[in-house]
Design a protein around this ligand. Structure first.
Ligand SMILES: Cc1ncc(COP(=O)(O)O)c(C=O)c1O
Length: 394
């Protein structure tokens, strides 16, 4: 079978391969502890389900506008006003089948061959794959723990070129849990002002999961001119435990771009599922208390898991300020991230995600979106496995 050159440019996902291996082992009856989840382990709050069920029963079983119902888009505008103080109208909102889909559509509408997209590393691994498949060029700029895994003004300045079309920001970050402060974003604004053609794609999907009383800032809040070229992407998956509902959105200041994104969607998936959208309104309008409740549980787990992992020789966790991932430096084990992950799964039956595909091969990502018992058991297995594991370089 001759596949398209486009699809051949996409790297096979090692993350999915490890997840598949873990599933296979589980189906053979092995007790695998998984720290690989990219989704909350909570159920969607009942009132959100009820809203979707009620919508179904009232006949919400047909197509909606391709960009989402006007009611949901109004609710998104109200959320952006309430949380970010930003004014959008429903024509500037496109609701998609998850934030991943929203990002894909925005890249699709913007990228021409050779257009550069700056992606700070470590990054969510779908960004560069999407850029590649759409014919653009990812410019991945490394960050380190020294800057809290955040880009600085100096680093950004060096990476910007006349070919830069988009800068991707993701705060809180997957995989590091790093959160940009207002001042850090302000520093980036200072640089971006000199590059008026550069657009910013701000992925704020973990917005509601910030710990220690920290506050979320969108770069769009800091300067009206920057706001006019910032596309905010957000969604329901992580904040309201709605990953399976597939709801996400892009808030797009430029109406021509918003129209183009809507048009692409109208020719591919059409609208997100009608009754899911009704649940989506309930979540945005009344879900914040539940979001805070889940965040508080994640924070407790973050604290105990951080202490547990820090106590294991050779592992150096980075303390996340948001999201539900612990990014752990494994350099002292002498293994690269894929070797570490594969051996750990095969020998100690703990599944986690190697940092290599996220642009950080000295790290692994451990999700704490799972029960306290699982976290404890994973810590115990990691510790005893590392006592005897031999470094094997591939
Ligand atoms: C950084 C980031 N952005 C976007 C998404 C996409 O979320 P969804 O498509 O479920 O809305 C994810 C999911 O893992 C993510 O980690």
């Amino acid at each position: 079978m001759e596949l398209s050159r486009r699809v051949l440019s996409v790297a096979p996902s090692i993350t999915l391969a490890i997840a598949a291996k873990a599933k296979e082992m589980q189906s053979q009856g092995l007790n695998v502890v998984s720290l690989s989840a990219g989704e909350p382990d909570f159920d969607t709050p009942a009132f959100i389900k009820d809203a979707a069920i009620a919508a179904l029963q009232k006949g919400a079983t047909r197509y909606t506008p391709a960009v989402g119902t006007v009611e949901l888009r109004q609710s998104i505008c109200a959320k952006l006003k309430r949380d970010q103080g930003l004014t959008f109208t429903p024509e500037q909102i496109v609701v998609s089948v998850g934030a991943k889909h929203a990002i894909f559509n925005v890249f699709f509408a913007l990228l021409n061959p050779e257009d550069e997209v700056i992606i700070p590393a470590p990054y969510w691994l779908s960004y560069p794959e999407m850029v590649t498949v759409l014919g653009g060029k990812s410019v991945c700029i490394p960050t380190t723990e020294a800057t809290g895994f955040k880009i600085t003004a100096e680093v950004l300045k060096k990476a910007l070129t006349p070919k830069t079309k988009i800068l991707v920001l993701n705060s809180p970050s997957n995989p590091t849990g790093a959160v940009y402060s207002k001042q850090e974003l302000q520093n980036l604004v200072g640089v971006l002002k000199a590059f008026p053609k550069v657009l910013i794609l701000s992925d704020e999907i973990y917005e509601k999961l910030i710990f220690d009383g920290g506050q979320h800032f969108s770069i769009a809040q800091l300067d009206p001119e920057i706001a006019s070229r910032t596309i905010i992407v957000n969604g329901h998956s992580k904040a309201y435990a709605m990953t399976g509902w597939r709801l996400g959105y892009a808030a797009i200041p430029d109406k021509q771009l918003a129209k183009a994104v809507g048009s692409i969607q109208s020719h591919s998936t059409s609208n997100p599922t009608s009754f899911a959208q009704a649940g989506g309104i309930a979540a945005l309008d009344h879900g914040d208390e539940d979001a805070r409740r889940m965040r508080d549980v994640f924070q407790k787990r973050r604290d105990s898991f951080y202490d547990r992992i820090r106590a294991i020789p050779k592992l150096k966790p980075f303390k996340p300020q948001g999201a539900f991932y612990m990014f752990v430096n494994i350099a002292e084990t002498g293994m690269d991230s894929i070797t570490f992950s594969e051996k750990l799964l095969a020998e100690a039956h703990v599944a986690l995600v190697p940092g290599g595909p996220f642009g950080a091969d000295q790290y692994v990502r451990m999700s704490f979106a799972c029960s306290d018992q699982n976290l404890e058991e994973a810590g115990r297995r990691l510790e005893s496995w590392l006592k005897q594991a031999q470094p094997v370089h591939k």
